[in-house]
Every structure is written in structure tokens, then in C-alpha cells.
Ligand binder design. Sequence first.
Ligand SMILES: [Zn+2]
Length: 293
Amino acid sequence: MKRDLSKFIQLGILLSTVAFIFESCESQTSLEKLAEDSKDEAVVFVVERSSNEARLYAFSTRLLEATVDVSVSGYNLICSPSSKVVRGLSSGLSDPIVSIRSLANTQDFKFDYSRSWHVGSRSRKLSSKTKPHVLDRLPFDSHQEYKVSQGAFGPTHLRNSSTENSVDFDMPIGSLVCAAQSGVVIGFREDSAVGGVDDRFDSCANYIAVKHDDGTYAAYYHLKRHGVLVPIGRRVSDGDAIALSGNTGNAGGPHLHFEVFQYDSSGKSHSLPIQFKTSIGIVTPKTGMVMHN
Ligand SMILES: [Zn+2]
């Protein structure tokens, strides 16, 4: 069933306008509020409801590929396809994620739902979690060299299993970030201006995500505000400049956080061990190492 998304987009614009008016009347600048205002809202969830029926939609204007996870709770209701749904999302997707209907066809109809999303989709075939994924180059300009400020299994990367193999490069704000492997830009964020060392800033980082031809994904985090240089859907080759580094999100200073990952069939993210091809051969990035292409 085709649906017109324009009304949802209009609703989004209206809500942003209301939020802006509210913001301009506010003088509170606490960390809490900064983090709350800068949450990543790449996926918008909308509920369309009548007296005994409801439909939950999700759409995105800046993610080409994402997975949404929705759980519905309540009583006196039937969910279709089910009350727990993990589903791929394309921008412009127009079918409901879940349709909810009153069991007794009465108006006594209450429900609640929780939702989450992540960039990228689930893979049927996973790459090896032990054999390193070799990238065609380092994620920055050929003329530069940068220090690895944190390698795989570093203290902040161990906070969850989806980031354990990530690598941080010390890079001044505004440094060129280049694609480490060719692929298609499937998502980005560049509107955040907030950063600092606090878990509350976890969802405040600007980023760009590239899907490689082998089904793996690379994400480049903490980018400068308005620091994304390529549009969504653009095919990029390794070495192409794609962004400018920054300090947004949960970051102790300017740096680039780089990771390669995949999702299993249940939607769980797996961080892959990485190595880079360089002029001196294939190198495993280690904390403290100064690297160049
Ligand atoms: Zn990092």
C-alpha cells in the first residue's frame, strides 16, 4: 500500500518549529538539556490512530538503510505482524511497521510501544570475527600522519561489544576524513554541535556510514558540525574525502573514531577486527602508533 509521507514530514517540520520556539524561551543550559536537545533523531516514528486501530510508521530522510526495532505492549489488542518487530527501513518506506487493532473491536484500546534503530541492515552471512578485515587505506589524507590514541579493546571501546575493535585517531578539528574502503554512503549526521566526556553525549555525535560491497559497514564518528562532504547514496572510492573530523558526541578531545561492523540476523552489531593497507604493508593499528598511508 502506497502512502503519502508528506504529511509526516510536514508534522516533523511543525514539531521542529514548536521545539525551536520553546528553545528560544528557555535559558537552561545544563548538560542534561544539551544532551537531550542533541539526540540523534534520524528515524522518526509516527503513530496514526483511530478509535480501534493504530498503525506505527518509521521513516528517515538521512538514512538510506537502517533497522528499526519495535515492541508493543498493552491489552485487548492484536498486533500484525507481531508485537515485537525488527525490520529494515528504507528512506521513503511507506508500509506500517506494526498494525495494532482492538481485539474486541471496542474503543477500550490502550497500548504503548518502545522503539530503537540502528544504521544498516542485518546480514545473512557474517564475516569472520577473528580474521582481521583489511581496509584499502587509512581513513585520512595521504599527506598526513596521525597517532592512534586508542586501539582495539581500549577502555572506552570495551564499554560494549559493538565497539571493541574500534580505533581512534588523534586529529585536529577540520582534518579531512577519507573513505578507507569503497562503498555507498548510507547514512550521516552533521547537525550536532555538542561534545564532551559524558555518557549523556553518546547519541550526540555526527557521523557518516558507508556500506562496503562485501556487506560490511564503516562508521566515522565525532565529525565537525556541517562536516559531511558527500550526499546520501553517493558511491565513494577509497581515498575520497567524505567528511571533516571534529569533537561531537562523547569525546574527550578532537579525534576520529573509526569502526567496521556487521549485524547478525537478530540485529545485534558485531565489531570486526581491522587492519589497514599502507605503503609499508598491512598494519594493525595499536595505541600510540603514528600512522600514515
Ligand atoms: Zn573511539
